[in-house]
Design a protein around this ligand. Structure first.
Ligand code: NI
Length: 397
């Protein structure tokens, strides 16, 4: 592609991003975003089908033999009232692209444009996964269930997530776990009500709950390997009626996070054991309702180690091993199904206020970084479309 054409494409990517930013949509309601994607794919002559209600699966057919690689972008926004002050801020009350998924879609359309333009020289096939509802309830699982990784059968997959921890011009490529599992729980402590002046006649669920909260804090400190990563957070607690009545019940909700599947299972089991035995010690009862959320995202180590030097050489970006986070991300299901790579795209630029983390009402990203994201997606598709990923993955699990 000529330099002038690339400048035009980069401007187009920013236009797409701003158009989507103005019209943010929550999970499984991304109808306008889906329509925009389908319109642009039609204009490019790329075949596509719908999946998971508002998702789109598209396939670019290279003319040369090779492997099938998937590139994934999430599409949904958050229930946040935007306060970024941007001229293209959200026009939808209380809905905002505060996590950069607008940029993810725009970059994938940019990559699709470049790959389709060179399909005569392209090895293998590139599957574009435009995925709804990453912020919940999750669009990756239903897309996989509807065959998004089949016809053609995907051999490896990559995605980008914008990251304000890294400056523009930087891309994080990290082997191993990069995002955590995110399991939710609701814990009910059941006592017996009575008059606050006669505590011996009941079982005070509040005192039992206080002891349970304290006990849960020692799980990570005392029962998990200090070199592993784990979080037990209680986010809400409610119970009781009035100042002089014993609470018969306390309900708390929280989240459990881990990078390692074994630590993940251990956390759930320890929370249940601690809650039950401590509550029992106070004459109360504990009931745990655990809802398993997204698994941890584990980057295929061979894929990451193979790709990092190629990315640096081909695009000139600064490729770094970005630190993992305890956030959740449903690309995890795709990375469980095939060797996967979650890359972090640096979008930090203090000069324009691009420094607040995602999910903030004041979230701003540096659009100058989007060209690097397009390059990274295209380079991934070209590299593994030609050489494949499975052998690399088996060599170095
Ligand atoms: Ni996100």
């Amino acid at each position: 592609m000529k330099r002038a054409d690339r400048v035009t494409l980069d401007a187009r990517v920013i236009e797409w991003r701003r158009a989507i930013h103005r019209r943010p949509e929550l999970g499984f309601q991304e109808f306008e975003t889906q329509a925009l994607i389908e319109r642009e794919l039609d204009a490019l002559g790329i075949e596509h089908r719908r999946a998971a209600t508002t998702g789109v699966v598209a396939v670019i057919h290279g003319a040369l033999p090779g492997h099938t690689v998937a590139l994934r972008a999430d599409m949904d926004a958050l229930p946040i009232a935007e306060r970024s002050g941007l001229p293209f801020a959200s026009e939808i009350p209380d809905v905002m692209h505060a996590c950069g998924h607008d940029a993810h879609v725009a970059m994938l359309l940019g990559a699709a444009t470049l790959l389709q333009a060179q399909h005569a020289d392209l090895h293998g096939k590139v599957v574009l996964l435009f995925q709804p509802a990453e912020e919940g309830p999750g669009g990756a699982e239903p897309m996989i269930a509807e065959g998004a990784l089949e016809n053609p059968r995907v051999e490896c997959a990559a995605m980008l997530h914008v990251d304000v921890r890294l400056p523009t011009g930087t891309i994080g490529v990290t082997p191993g776990a990069v995002n955590a599992s995110a399991d939710e729980f609701s814990l009910r402590i059941i006592g017996r009500g009575g008059h606050g002046a006669y505590p011996h006649t009941g079982v005070d669920a509040i005192v039992a709950a206080a002891a349970v909260v304290s006990a849960l804090q020692s799980i990570v400190a005392r029962e998990i390997d200090p070199l592993a990563s784990a979080v037990v957070t209680i986010g809400t607690i409610a119970g009781g009626y009035r100042n002089n009545a014993l609470a018969d019940e306390v309900v708390m909700t929280g989240t459990l996070r881990a990078h390692d599947p074994f630590v993940r299972d251990a956390l759930a089991q320890r929370v249940e054991r601690a809650a039950r035995s401590v509550a029992e010690g106070y004459g109360a009862r504990a009931e745990l309702d655990l809802r398993r959320g997204y698994p941890p995202v584990v980057n295929d180590s061979a894929l990451a180690r193979t790709f990092a030097p190629v990315l640096a050489r081909e695009t000139g970006v600064d490729v770094v091993e970005a630190a993992p986070t305890m956030g959740g991300e449903d690309f995890a299901y795709i990375a469980e199904a095939v060797p996967g790579l979650l890359m972090r795209l640096g979008v930090r630029n203090e000069a324009i206020g691009a420094l607040r983390s995602g999910h903030s009402a004041e979230f701003i990203l540096d659009e100058a970084a989007l060209t690097h994201g397009v390059d990274a997606l295209v380079t991934f598709a070209l590299t593994f479309g030609a050489r494949g990923a499975l052998n690399a993955a088996k060599r170095n699990p």
